[in-house]
Ligand binder design. Structure first.
Ligand code: HEC
Length: 126
């Protein structure tokens, strides 16, 4: 039983691979062109809030992928909501996840699945 519990604990602590490396690479360009002017080239904030570290997504904030992606896809870029393609929005999310310590994997982030995702979003960056 103790073994099972510690295995479950380790699984919960390791952030899941939610996007591909190709998505985060293209997301870097999307972010630089559409988001960095407000959120900072380093994601640490400016006119818009920080999108990296505990000031963004601490465990206490109880963010989910779905809640944050809905804000990105439906309200960002502020002033021009919905102006990017679905692929650009998922790439931007992949880039933000990569900067918050989430690993790339073999399954691509899907636009519709991400909107409804209840997967917790907790930055791995202190
Ligand atoms: C014109 C400035 C501006 C641009 C451009 C912009 N944002 Fe924002 N963003 C804001 C502001 C201001 C807020 C906070 C108020 C709000 O939620 O509307 C915000 C909030 C957010 C949040 C929620 C943060 C939180 O902790 O709840 C995310 C995520 C986000 N932006 C991502 C993006 C992404 C990704 C892009 C590029 C596709 C982008 N933003 C472009 C100004 C901007």
């Amino acid at each position: 039983m103790a073994l099972i519990l510690s295995a479950a604990g380790a699984a919960a602590a390791a952030p899941p691979a939610l996007y591909t490396a190709a998505q985060s690479a293209s997301g870097a360009t999307v972010f630089a062109q559409n988001c960095a002017m407000c959120h900072g080239a380093d994601l640490k904030g400016g006119a818009g809030p920080s999108l990296v570290g505990q000031s963004f997504a601490s465990a206490a904030n109880k963010y989910t992928i779905g809640a944050i992606f809905s804000e990105i896809a439906e309200q960002m870029p502020a002033g021009q909501p919905g102006s990017l393609t679905h692929d650009q929005y998922t790439a931007a999310l992949a880039y933000i996840l990569s900067k918050n310590g989430y690993p790339a994997g073999s399954t691509a982030l899907d636009y519709n699945a991400s909107l409804g995702s209840s997967v917790p979003l907790v930055s791995q960056v202190k």
